[in-house]
Design a protein around this ligand. Structure first.
Ligand code: NAD
Ligand code: UDP
Length: 310
């Protein structure tokens, strides 16, 4: 089985590649290293079942593969807002290039979509049937609308060209190998606490997110890819926390002198988010296993080592 992973040098992609290699797949990792790092996949270099391709998904490419996982796209708000137009191109042209390839070589293709398709949701928790509440012209739109358009493209290639698709809507996921400079909340809080810096809470910290540990998420990816479910599916951990609760848990585990520092809330920041995972439970027998406190512990250990903080 030859499998292409776009965005494979990133946080999620590198964990997915570990599992695919373990299962005996021949893996091609395609990445332009915008937010990914060679260090994330360096342990596979030299393995004859692993190939690395420096390439941008917005440019067409030709390969012979059986499965495609399309993960290429910056996921952290500061990174996807850095060049908003490039972010939309990555989602939309990246999807078109991957789907064109899937159609030509008759590969099964998996799209990393996001809970951001629900925007600032008015229905809570969010089932897949919810169409969302997304600002089409705000600072998060390049990411949210890019991912929504990619879902549309997947569904249209499926209906029109019979391409064999899988779509996962990923809810906030964290774990080892997040880039310390990533800018998302879990890595920010841990890195700040480890360095004894103030913890930056945006807004009043009462907004919620539901955090999934990376090993649970990747298990969901693999089960979805092996299933015959072709509609979008939520994968995430329904445990819901305010950002203040997250900061308290990180400080409890790390200790140290950090104080809370309240910063302005970025515009369009969703107030609440929690997956309804009924479909994943029914179709895949999947549910998350790692509670937040435990996953944070493993992530803190990773950052301690990476930053060289005893
Ligand atoms: P990440 O930023 O660590 O990884 C993204 C990878 O894509 C990086 O290796 C980056 O270099 C690569 N990339 C970006 N633009 C590219 C381009 N034009 N061509 C080729 N490669 C490119 O982020 P992640 O957390 O690993 O996210 C992976 C995927 O999962 C993304 O599509 C993201 O939107 C989606 N997702 C992640 C989360 C999460 O909580 N981690 C939540 C929802 C959706
Ligand atoms: N956030 C925060 N401090 C930070 C980074 C993020 O309070 O240093 C907040 C952010 O405003 C949002 C939540 O944490 O309400 C999750 O942010 P993240 O960027 O991780 O993901 P997303 O907003 O895309 O879910």
């Amino acid at each position: 089985m030859r499998t292409l992973v776009t965005g494979g040098a990133g946080f999620l992609g590198s964990h997915l590649i570990d599992r695919l290699i373990e299962q005996g797949h021949d893996v091609v990792c395609l990445d332009n290293y915008f937010t990914g790092r060679k260090a994330n996949i360096a342990h596979h270099l030299g393995n004859p079942n692993f190939e690395l391709m420096r390439h941008d998904v917005t440019e067409p490419f030709r390969l012979e593969v059986d499965h495609i996982y399309n993960l290429a796209c910056p996921a952290s708000p500061p990174h996807y807002q850095y060049n908003a137009i490039k972010t939309i191109k990555t989602s939309v042209m990246g999807a078109i290039n991957c789907l064109g390839l899937a159609k030509r070589v008759k590969a099964r293709i998996f799209q990393a979509s996001t809970s951001e398709v629900y925007g600032d949701p008015k229905i809570h928790p969010q089932p897949e049937s919810y169409w969302g509440h997304v600002n089409p012209i705000g600072i998060r739109s390049c990411y949210d609308e890019g991912k929504r358009c990619a879902e549309t493209l997947f569904m249209d290639y499926h209906r029109q060209n019979d391409v064999d698709i899988r779509i996962v809507r990923i809810f906030n996921t964290y774990g080892p190998r997040m880039n310390p400079e990533d800018g998302r909340v879990v890595s920010n809080f841990i890195v700040q606490a480890l360095k004894g810096e103030d913890i930056t809470i945006y807004g009043d910290g009462q907004q919620t997110r539901s955090f999934c540990f990376v090993s649970d998420l990747v298990e969901g990816f693999l089960r979805l890819m092996e299933s015959d479910y072709t509609l979008p599916m939520n994968i995430g951990n329904p445990g819901e926390f305010t950002m203040l609760e997250l900061a308290e848990e990180v400080l409890k585990q790390v200790g140290g002198p950090s104080k809370l520092s309240f910063q302005p809330l970025p515009s369009d920041d969703p107030q609440q988010r929690k997956p309804d995972i009924t479909i994943a439970q029914r179709e895949l027998g999947w549910e998350p296993k790692v509670p937040l406190a435990e996953g944070l512990g493993m992530t803190i250990e990773h950052f301690r080592k990476e930053l060289g903080i005893a």
